[in-house]
Design a protein around this ligand. Structure first.
Ligand code: SF4
Length: 397
């Protein structure tokens, strides 16, 4: 395996500092790295070094397989009772006239629009408003499942759950069971930001705390269900805050095993209250993916959103620990574009996404939400597209 020989070559480098050599040996032996070693990777790990380690882990787990899914998004509203400083959705910045608040029927119309599309998942997440409460979301989930039972409902984050359960005066365990019974099947990873209060209180003061975020996922995992986790990085946090964030996730995962995927989210500075904070570089993004892959030894998957970081960076990330580049989106999500993502109108056909993955020597696998294989596109031939017809024009002599 080429990834293994690269790691062995790296270990023979006499100039490799002792601390980094020890981490590389741990990776080779499948051993867990410590908190301090995580910080050391951020402080001293060069891009090439981190890539060798992360790619070794990635290929050992998944070979060349690279996952994506076909989903669509419903964003119930872009207005919000909270005021997170990094958020390009916040009601303080957006004129109410620019806002939307979908009704139940409007959301069901979005679901029905995809009736004849081969999508496997609906991803529901947006702002927090009082009318979207336990009763509303329970009804929405059961209506979606009644309409299209095989469509996987992945919805809301602990930010919404904490808010609606508090309003309904029910505890997390009762609330999550209600959601499960209504048709919720998994929880996306959002709302995690940075768990440490030193940072969270500056950027996302009023919404659920890091501990509450983790507690809601824990209750959900206890029901035997799965979820994802994110980390918003590259703003005012220090490296050790990132390691602290991943440490808390790793510790919960040791206890429940309920997380599927870790998704680092790059902070974007467009149209929000942190526009003065510079964004991370592509090199820093790739280093961060790699360190996440090395640190989170009990997470199966590391995901990059191609629409957020650009198609080229997504291709590069596949050599830095990433094995999932999200889905074939059409223009149903505004979250990325409003935050200043690379893709202002994110849309990619399955064929384009498959080619993007194949062009960097990886194997495209369409998955469902729970990583069951829907279609292996490794040797798949797409039908030839009809060529335009040309007609001979009359020639005037
Ligand atoms: S990040 Fe979420 S909770 Fe915070 S203001 Fe934006 S939509 Fe609301």
């Amino acid at each position: 395996m080429e990834a293994e020989s690269n790691l062995l070559i790296l270990l023979q480098n006499p100039h490799l500092p002792a601390g980094l050599k020890q981490i590389a040996e741990k990776v080779l032996n499948g051993e867990r790295i410590t908190f301090d070693e995580g910080v050391l990777l951020y402080e001293e790990g060069e891009l090439g070094y981190l890539g060798v380690l992360a790619n070794y882990i990635r290929e050992k787990r998944h070979g060349n397989k690279t996952y994506f899914n076909r989903n669509f998004h419903i964003e119930p509203t872009n207005l919000c009772v909270y005021d997170c400083k990094f958020c390009s959705y916040s009601r303080l910045l957006k004129q109410k006239s620019e806002g939307w608040e979908y009704t139940m029927d409007e959301m069901m119309d979005i679901v029905k629009k995809y009736d004849h599309e081969p999508v496997t998942e609906v991803h529901i997440v947006g702002g927090v408003l009082p009318q979207y409460d336990v009763a509303f979301y329970s009804e929405l989930f059961s209506k979606i499942k009644a309409h299209r039972p095989e469509l996987h409902v992945k919805a809301l984050t602990p930010v919404e759950y904490h808010y609606i359960f508090k309003k309904a005066k029910i505890d997390y365990a009762t609330g999550m069971k209600l959601m499960l019974d209504a048709g919720l099947e998994s929880i996306p990873g959002g709302g995690a930001e940075i768990f440490h209060p030193e940072i969270r209180e500056q950027i996302a003061k009023d919404k659920c705390t890091g501990d509450q975020w983790l507690a809601i996922h824990e209750e959900w995992h206890k029901l035997g269900a799965r979820s994802n986790a994110t980390m918003l990085y590259g703003h005012i946090e220090k490296y050790w805050h990132r390691v602290d964030h991943m440490e808390r996730l790793r510790e919960l995962q040791d206890r429940t095993g309920g997380f599927q995927t870790f998704i680092p989210l790059k902070f974007r500075n467009q149209d929000n209250q942190m526009s003065h904070v510079p964004e991370s570089t592509v090199v820093e993004d790739l280093r961060n993916y790699a360190i996440a892959r090395i640190y989170l030894d009990n997470f199966d998957h590391i995901k990059a959103y191609w629409a957020m970081i650009s198609r080229t960076t997504a291709q590069l990330s596949l050599n830095f620990g990433v094995d999932d580049i999200d889905g074939t989106l059409d223009d149903t999500t505004k979250i990325y574009s409003m935050a200043g993502a690379e893709e202002q109108h994110p849309g990619m056909s399955t064929k384009q996404l498959v080619e993007l993955i194949k062009n960097v020597g990886r194997e495209p696998i369409e998955r469902d939400t729970l990583y069951n294989v829907v279609t292996d596109y490794t040797n798949f031939e797409f039908p030839q597209e009809a060529k335009p017809q040309f007609y001979r024009l009359p020639v005037i002599n």
